[in-house]
Design a protein around this ligand. Structure first.
Ligand code: SF4
Ligand code: SF4
Length: 99
């Protein structure tokens, strides 16, 4: 077996592996019925997760860059954004003991 065919978790240096395990990802939900397309969320997001559509409404273009800071949620005047941790996909073998 060639070394480069091994999974990343085995071939990555210990430091890189630890960093990847700690990295959290977030999902960003926009409630269109409540959004008035003011653009505050797109203007304040420090990671540029949004662009704006033709009406000025936010479009999530880079959710993987979201750091979960909550600025968009806090400043949205209409409570039209929800940011929450992305569920972790657990390998099936990890669930076997819970059954
Ligand atoms: S801040 Fe809220 S109301 Fe304004 S564009 Fe963003 S989601 Fe819509
Ligand atoms: S939580 Fe922060 S980084 Fe994530 S989309 Fe909102 S403002 Fe951007």
């Amino acid at each position: 077996m060639a070394a480069n065919s091994l999974p990343t978790a085995i071939t990555a240096p210990p430091g890189e592996e630890a960093t990847e395990k700690k990295r959290k990802y977030f999902d960003i939900d926009i409630y269109r019925d409540w959004c008035k397309s003011c653009g505050i969320c797109a203007a304040l997001c420090p990671k540029h997760c949004f662009t704006r559509d033709d009406t000025g409404g936010p479009l999530v273009v880079d959710p993987d860059s979201c750091i979960g800071c909550g600025w968009c949620e806090i400043h949205c005047p209409d409570f039209a954004i929800s940011v929450h941790p992305r569920p972790t996909i657990t390998p099936t073998s990890d669930n076997s003991e819970a059954d």
